[in-house]
Design a protein around this ligand. Structure first.
Ligand code: SAH
Ligand code: F3S
Length: 436
């Protein structure tokens, strides 16, 4: 057996890709190790979405190369590998293998060559690739990510993803359902469907609405989530499927990016602030109690103080319950780097701080208002501190519970009794049936 150590950076799709990579390698006699000292193959699965993500990886590769003994292999895979390709091989002498997200089937092959001293690169796009036959190697647990769509055909002007993940394609509904049936048999009860514009899912026959209904109908699946949808792609069929499929959760992560129509236009987002809010209204009408989180970028080229102000007012108008906030990071070869009016770093930093403060105080206010309410909570894992367990409501609120670690995977009716502002503590009113 060869031993592989892998670190994962970036989004949930990268987490799912790492499970695929481990599945590919397992079929070629590799086993996973938790420490780089023990490994003969070290892999870093990377993100390219912002420069600071890339800098972290570069630092980490520098550290990991110390564990490399003669004959061992260090590989960089994922979006940053795809973006830099041969430049990465040239810049870091210790790196033997550079592989993009569509090339993981080729990994065993290239690792073998690398062990013989041949450095190699594969950044080819394969627009048919879904890894549908690969048995992903994941930790058994109540929740699982399932990639249903790869690549992206949108062209948001700030975004590197279409260049690193290639053309959009949807996996066949039947293959997805088979995979989820297997997961359900092993005790998974919550599925998160992944895609860059996941609600644009279409496999040629079935659309996103069909997918939600099919996944929600799998025996044993009690919760279905998805991320990330694109505002324009919520068809009436999709909204109806969400409302009529009991397993679909009451939370949507809906990236907005900005509250200013002028900025949205320069970003080539295909909606206005008003259209975005109208989508939220439709979803709220169809799914009472639904919560929303979002992604927001500040300091996009040309963003004026008053345009940034529109983002602040949108946070309130939209009633987000959470927001992932980012400073615009110029990505090489994306259209936005050529736009006039790049915003000075200090201005962006100051706007980000104001945005975070606005989001935090709103989240706190909304969460305080939820005290006393009753929710179904799925226990996911031990909390970082203390001997409590961390669970999640259908509406995506995190709740700390006094439960033993054997409670992972169980569902409970929980009364929210306290909040830090972001997470809750809760009291169990009645356990519902244990599933795992
Ligand atoms: N379609 C994907 C987006 C992937 S990138 C999805 O919705 O999941 C995830 C988030 O990173 C984006 O929503 C955006 O807010 C942020 N992001 C992307 N490119 C960025 C850049 N160049 N600078 C700052 N933030 C960026
Ligand atoms: Fe990126 Fe826009 Fe696609 S944010 S992943 S180009 S929808």
């Amino acid at each position: 057996m060869k031993r592989v150590y892998i670190e994962t950076y970036g989004c949930q799709m990268n987490v799912a890709d790492t499970e695929v990579v481990l599945g590919v390698l397992k079929a070629h006699d590799y086993e996973q190790t938790e420490s780089p000292e023990d490994a003969d193959t070290i892999l870093v699965n990377t993100c390219a979405v912002r420069d600071n993500a890339e800098q972290r990886v570069i630092g980490r590769v520098g550290e990991l190369q110390r564990y490399k003994r003669p004959g061992n292999v260090l590989g960089v895979i994922g979006c940053m590998a795809q973006r830099l390709g041969p430049r990465l091989l040239a810049a870091v002498k210790q790196v033997d293998v550079v592989l993009g997200p569509d090339a993981y089937r080729n990994l065993p092959n290239l690792l073998e060559n690398a062990a013989r001293g041949e450095r190699a690169i594969d950044t080819g796009f394969r627009s048919w690739e879904h890894y549908e036959d690969v048995v992903a190697l994941r930790e058994r647990g109540p929740t699982a990510f399932v990639t249903v769509q790869r690549g992206c055909d949108y062209r948001c002007t700030f975004c590197i993803v279409p260049m690193t993940r290639g053309p959009e394609r949807s996996q066949k509904l039947e293959d997805i359902v088979t995979k989820i049936e297997d997961l359900a048999r092993e005790g998974t009860t919550e599925i998160t469907l992944l895609g860059q514009t996941v609600n644009a899912y279409h496999d040629g026959v079935h659309d996103f609405a069909d997918l939600l209904r099919a996944v929600g109908a799998v025996d044993g699946i009690r919760r279905v989530r998805f991320t990330s949808p694109y505002p324009n792609n919520f068809t009436e069929r999709a909204v109806a499927a969400m409302a009529e499929t009991p397993a679909v959760c009451d939370h949507v992560h809906l990236p907005v990016q900005s509250g200013s129509n002028a900025v949205l236009r320069r970003m080539l987002r295909r909606y206005t602030r008003e259209q975005y809010l109208a989508v939220m209204d439709r979803l709220r009408l169809a799914i009472p109690g639904i919560t929303f989180s979002t992604d927001i970028i500040v300091g996009f080229p040309g963003e004026t103080e008053s345009q940034f102000g529109e983002t602040l007012t949108l946070v309130e108008d939209a009633g987000f319950d959470d927001a992932y906030t980012f400073k615009y990071s110029p990505r090489e070869a994306t259209p936005a780097v050529r736009l006039q009016g790049q915003v000075p770093e200090a201005v962006a930093t100051e706007r980000l701080a104001r945005l975070i403060a606005t989001v935090r105080s709103q989240t706190r206010r909304r969460n305080v208002g939820r005290l006393g309410s009753l929710h179904e909570v799925l226990v996911e894992r031990p909390a970082k501190r203390g001997d409590q367990m961390l669970g999640r409501t259908r509406s995506n609120l995190m709740v700390l519970l006094e439960l033993p670690s054997s409670s992972v995977g169980t569902y409970h009716q929980v009364r929210l009794t306290g909040t830090t502002g972001s997470t809750f503590v809760g009291r169990i009113e009645s356990p519902s049936l244990a599933v795992i």
